[in-house]
Unconditional design. Structure first.
Ligand SMILES: Nc1ncnc2c1ncn2[C@@H]1O[C@H](COP(=O)(O)OP(=O)(O)OP(=O)(O)O)[C@@H](O)[C@H]1O
Ligand SMILES: O=C(O)C1=C[C@@H](O)[C@@H](O)[C@H](O)C1
Ligand SMILES: [Mg+2]
Length: 164
């Protein structure tokens, strides 16, 4: 089976859902953020701080092409699918799922977060503007999954039905 890529904004549930989907489908999962941290030995906030966002975007682009493209679930960082080159790669090599979540819910999940550099440096209006700016990119995924009022398990079953 082609790789399944989960895409969407910070807090949409990519990491959480990919872990449950991995257990249901019995295929491994790779989280691009965790992969970059392991590969570089640095945390994402550290990479942003020491090398800047552009260096992080370059790393994302590089590692995407190192990852397997069969029998795997890839949970992408929130900015991966925004870069056109990455989008083209993902949609050519695999099946992408946009986890669509309304802004009010994302805001609730992101308030107080200390692990995401873009949340640290932006106020809520700026984050919402970034979300709106990125939305047309996310909408180019193979499938859009509306996650509102659904449990993680329900979302995974919906995804499973789409690929069977
Ligand atoms: N369907 C859901 N119902 C309830 N809580 C959820 C749901 N999906 C995600 N969450 C919660 O939202 C939070 C953010 O989820 P997660 O870290 O998986 O987002 P992400 O999309 O991987 O973000 P990032 O792009 O920053 O890596 C977690 O606390 C998770 O438990
Ligand atoms: O949406 C983004 O640009 C990001 C999302 C996270 O997954 C991390 O990749 C990082 O914090 C940047
Ligand atoms: Mg994540």
């Amino acid at each position: 089976m082609k790789a399944l890529y989960l895409v969407g904004f910070m807090g949409a549930g990519k990491t959480t859902i990919s872990e449950e989907l991995s257990a249901i489908l019995e295929i491994p999962v790779i989280d691009t953020d965790q992969y970059i941290e392991q590969k570089t030995g640095r945390s994402i906030p550290q990479i942003f701080e020491e090398s800047g966002e552009q260096a992080f975007r370059k790393l994302e682009k590089e590692i995407l092409k190192e990852l397997p493209t069969n029998d795997v679930i890839i949970s992408t960082g929130g900015g991966v699918f925004v870069q056109e080159e990455n989008r083209l790669w993902i949609n050519k090599k695999g099946i992408s799922f946009y986890l669509n979540c309304d802004w009010e819910e994302l805001e609730r999940r992101l308030i107080g977060d200390t692990s995401r550099p873009l949340v640290q440096k932006s106020n809520l209006d700026q984050l919402q503007a970034l979300f709106e700016q990125r939305r047309p990119s996310y909408e180019q995924a193979t499938y859009t999954i509306d996650t509102a009022n659904k449990t993680i398990h329900e979302i995974c079953i919906e995804m499973k039905e789409l690929i069977k």
